[in-house]
Design a protein around this ligand. Sequence first.
Ligand code: FMN
Length: 142
Amino acid sequence: MKVTIVYWSGTGNTERMAEAIAEGARAAGAETELLPVSGADASVTESDVLLFGCPAMGCETLEEGEFEPFFSAIEGALAGKKVGLFGSYDWGDGEWMRTWYARTQADGAEMLAEGLIVNNAPGGEDLEKCRALGALAAKAGA
Ligand SMILES: Cc1cc2nc3c(=O)[nH]c(=O)nc-3n(C[C@H](O)[C@H](O)[C@H](O)COP(=O)(O)O)c2cc1C
């Protein structure tokens, strides 16, 4: 079963997380697709295991130019899917992730784990957590 990772990243922090998640999923044996949101479309919901990444933007919101429109368009198809969320933030306390998690849960997704949040650039331990999330996603799809 395929693990699909879709992310938006302005300065590379969430992208680095996405890459480490993909590494973890591949190392655990899953067919893995890693897509910036600009290269993703509604067909991603054919995947049974989906990981979405977006940093805190606006005022504790998802990025509004690309990611929010994409997520709004596909969230109606998330019921019953195994879904994980991740992203980087700076000065907040993770509120954007709490809101996003509750929203995705309300969409009917089966949440794989708590939202994985990293302050600014991911360090070594953060990247380990990302790889572990990828491995968990691979196991969920096996
Ligand atoms: C326009 C803008 C709005 C932001 N809003 C928030 C915010 O509401 N809360 C927060 O914790 N960080 C906020 N940040 C900080 C980013 O979430 C942080 O820099 C993050 O590491 C960016 O991830 P990226 O490198 O994947 O783009 C904002 C950054 C920008 C540029």
